[in-house]
Design a protein around this ligand. Structure first.
Ligand code: ADP
Ligand code: CP
Length: 314
């Protein structure tokens, strides 16, 4: 019997929705796409984003400090931990149910609360760039900036969002446990929201005020688990050059060299498609045979079978 393909999937915002009811509905569709891959004979590890959710949690915790003066503000690292549990809870239940509905009874599902070490001197701490929370109007954004000292930025023509520091992931603290679970045939959700950012202080792991990019954390996890594929599922079926322009061209396959050239030419928007292509390139060039795929959530199965999506390889 041929060895199963090991796949790390990074789930984007559309896989989770923006509100509690939206998430409950979205994870059902997401679970179908993931279980499709399991039925195709793949060994799957799931990571996901948390931008809208961590912003929502942070705001809710902030409201608590106004109600009760004894409540100090909740650090962003704790908000990321809360987002992992909240999203993992919905996702693992949806996956469990979808597996059982298809008669698959031998794959346990679990969420691993995951910490990811970052470098305390990462220049990203001085240059907040990761959008979190919901989209706001200019007036709402100015009010938030004034009231809470938040840094607000316009996000790719879609409105204004708060931005926070997003240092690069250096090390997945719980990788040994994640590997053991995956090797035992379990379906693991890990590195949610890019992982809880921590810095190493002697033996102590100190929470950092940041949100790590889930595409970069997923890439690191895929390399650490010696995965064959990194699949980044998002809201577009393929990556384009000249995106949104009259001469837009959808790409089926990019070599690492071509992708680097396109990045240099500025074809991928920072904060949206650029980190995905950067993560895909990093994974594809890390070892011969490794491939990355960027496609639509619902097209994951077609993507892995080479029917659609954008493939990145050496
Ligand atoms: N060159 C490009 N090709 C395709 N999509 C692009 C490109 N540049 C920017 N995008 C946008 O990037 C989006 C994906 O980024 P984002 O919404 O941040 O992802 P997610 O939340 O799924 O991680 C696409 O839906 C598309 O609107
Ligand atoms: N942490 C993270 O990258 O979240 P999003 O994918 O929601 O931006």
């Amino acid at each position: 019997m041929s060895k199963k393909k090991r796949i790390v999937i990074a789930l984007g915002g559309n896989a989770l929705g923006n509100t509690l009811p939206e998430q409950m509905a979205a994870v059902k569709i997401t679970a179908r796409a993931i279980v499709d891959l399991i039925e195709e004979g793949c060994e799957v590890v799931v990571a996901h984003g948390n931008g809208p959710q961590v912003g929502m949690i942070n705001n809710a915790m902030l409201a608590l400090t106004h109600e009760d003066e004894k409540q100090p503000n909740t650090p962003l690292s704790v908000c990321v931990a809360m987002s992992q549990a909240y999203i993992g809870y919905d996702l693992q239940n949806a996956l469990r149910e979808e597996l059982l509905n298809r008669g698959i009874t031998d794959i346990p599902v679990a969420t691993m609360i995951t910490q990811v070490r970052v470098d305390e001197n990462d220049p990203a701490f001085e240059n907040p760039s990761k959008p979190i929370g919901r989209f706001l109007t200019k007036e709402q954004a100015d009010e938030m900036a004034e009231k809470y000292n938040y840094i607000m930025k316009e996000d790719a023509g879609r409105g204004y969002r708060r931005v926070v520091a997003s240092p690069k992931p250096q090390e997945i603290v719980e990788i040994g446990t994640i590997r053991n679970m995956v090797n035992a045939g379990e379906l693991v959700i890990a590195c949610g929201g890019g992982g809880i950012p921590v810095t190493l202080q002697g033996n102590h792991l100190k929470g950092a005020s940041a949100v790590i990019d889930k595409d970069f954390a997923s890439c690191l996890m895929a390399k650490n688990l010696d995965a064959d594929f990194l699949i980044i599922l998002t809201a577009v079926e393929k990556v384009a050059v000249n995106y949104g322009k009259p001469d837009e061209k959808w790409i089926d396959h990019m070599t690492v060299e071509e992708a680097k050239q396109y990045m240099e030419e500025g074809h991928f928007a920072p904060g949206s498609m650029l980190p995905k292509v950067q993560a895909a390139v990093d994974f594809a060039e890390s070892k011969p045979g490794r491939q990355a795929l960027i496609t639509l959530l619902e097209k994951a199965k077609d993507g892995i079978n080479g029917v659609t999506g954008t493939r990145i390889s050496l």
